[in-house]
Design a binder for this molecule. Structure first.
Ligand code: GLA
Length: 468
């Protein structure tokens, strides 16, 4: 039986993404955090350490392209969208260079794009490094078009010297002036053409403070940052000030303590002006080194901003901003729940154990399951845990054709029930979801030398939830 299934379901080619309600592209009805997203080509959206530029009603997303085999720079991608949920791949805006700071086997991270009103040029600023993070330098690239291609120009200079730092972010103030933030709390002002640095605004000398992001509301500046734990997630924190030059006041964590910022690290805060109010989108990364291309995900949450306080009080699994700028929340994706002990739908191969009434788990490479369902969208929920590992997920139509496939990661420093895979909206029909345990997990030597990551390869399944 297994052999036949293997042949029918594992040898069929991956077809272009199916259509939903006459649409030719994968389609999402909400912003979903913590699950891989498929773009208009049916491939995983790969744009981490990202920022977004809004232009003519479109969101342009820039971020790190990744591979699943190495941490080496694989280019900076650009996608666009009108709703923050459905992403069109535009191009690799800055590809791997033939040689130099962003050449082969180098590190390129946290690309941030700014439009310079004075020159009309788009300027991309980024962290460049060697593979051991021992050659950090802030570089920049320019383009006449928002989507690129961008031309890499080398280090961005201050007083004729390159800036030898790694984690960075950018902020553009209402008067058009642009700033570069660095880990440790450094803030520089860019020159009028954004191609160099004109001034050191402040050196806060904070400990760590990686992943810097600044936004402003009603005259208050908010500076978000993370602790220094590499790809491992930690409780991110923030400072406020009424002037960029400070004094900056430490305000503590903005997500509940112990959630490791809902299992993510800050990359950017996007203000979206609406008719009634402005929405502030916290954009974070759930890294998954070195399977960053398929298993790293985005944690994008509505940030509450009240006077000089910001918070992410609850994890919003699915939410959206409507045309009027109003936020809408959905508690769960779908209605029909199928549990792993439902023998009619779930079939298992290998060594699955029943951990609790609702959770089944396995950790050996090749252990697998399949679950059949009828409907238009499926969400797989599992238990992310300190010993969580990787699994390969495939979604088949009733012709046995693979419609979507990706690797998922089920690691978290603390156990938490969470969506692990979500299909786009599909044409109503019968489908099969398969999951194969890869017997692998992520681990990483942080810049401090400490080793972080998972302690096991466990995949724990709780339920699938199907939308009719
Ligand atoms: C932190 C940084 C990332 C990257 C990793 C690598 O997470 O914020 O940009 O440099 O460390 O260890």
């Amino acid at each position: 039986m297994f052999r036949i299934i293997k042949f029918v379901f594992f040898v069929m080619p991956l077809l272009p993404p199916c259509t939903a309600h006459g649409q030719s592209k994968p389609y999402y009805t909400a912003i979903h955090s913590g699950v891989p997203w498929f773009d208009d080509r049916g491939r995983i959206v790969s744009a981490h350490g990202a920022n977004i530029v809004i232009e003519h009603g479109r969101y342009y997303l820039f971020g790190e392209a990744h591979s699943d085999t190495s941490n080496a720079f694989a280019g900076f991608n650009c996608y666009s969208s009108t709703d923050l949920r459905n992403w069109k791949f535009e191009r690799t805006a800055l590809p791997v260079q033939d040689s130099g700071r962003l050449g082969p086997d180098r590190v390129g991270e946290r690309a941030k794009v700014l439009k310079c009103a004075k020159t009309g040029e788009y300027v991309m600023v980024m962290h460049t490094d060697n593979m051991r993070y021992k050659d950090p330098c802030i570089g920049y690239a320019t383009s006449k078009n928002i989507t690129g291609p961008y031309t890499f120009r080398g280090p961005i200079m201050f007083n004729g010297q390159p800036i030898r730092r790694w984690d960075m972010g950018t902020f553009q103030d209402a008067d058009g002036s642009a700033y570069l933030m660095l880990h440790g709390g450094l803030l520089y002002k860019l020159s009028d053409d954004y191609r160099s640095i004109s001034e050191l605004v402040i050196d806060n000398k904070w400990r760590g403070a990686e992943a810097p992001a600044i936004f402003k509301k009603n005259g208050t500046y908010f500076w978000l940052a993370s602790d220094l734990t590499g790809w491992e997630r930690n409780d991110n924190f923030y400072y406020t000030s009424t002037a960029l030059k400070g004094p900056w006041i430490a305000r503590g964590y903005f997500a509940p303590k112990g959630t490791a910022t809902w299992n993510s690290q800050t990359s950017f805060v996007l203000p979206i002006p609406g008719k009634a109010d402005t929405t502030y989108v916290y954009m974070g990364d759930r890294w998954s080194s070195t399977r960053q291309a398929s298993a790293a995900t985005y944690v994008w949450q509505p940030l509450q901003v009240l006077d000089s306080t910001i918070s992410l009080p609850e994890f919003q699994e699915a939410w959206k901003i409507d045309a009027k700028g109003k936020m809408l929340f959905m508690t769960q994706t779908g209605k029909k729940v199928i549990r792993p002990d439902d023998k009619q739908h779930f079939k298992y191969w290998g060594n699955w154990s029943q951990d609790t009434l609702t959770v089944r788990s396995a950790s050996t490479s090749g252990d697998s399951l399949h679950v059949r369902f009828s409907g238009s969208q499926v969400c797989l929920y599992g238990l992310s845990r300190p010993d969580g590992g990787y699994a390969l997920v495939k979604l088949y139509d009733n012709q046995g054709r693979v419609r979507f496939t990706t690797t998922i990661e089920m690691y978290c420093k603390y156990p938490i029930s969470t969506p692990a895979f979500l299909s786009p909206v599909l044409p109503k029909g019968s489908y099969m979801l398969t999951l194969a345990v890869l017997g692998l997990h992520w681990g990483w030597k942080e810049k401090s030398g400490r080793v972080s990551g998972s302690k096991g390869n466990v995949i724990s399944i709780e339920r699938i939830v199907v939308t009719k």
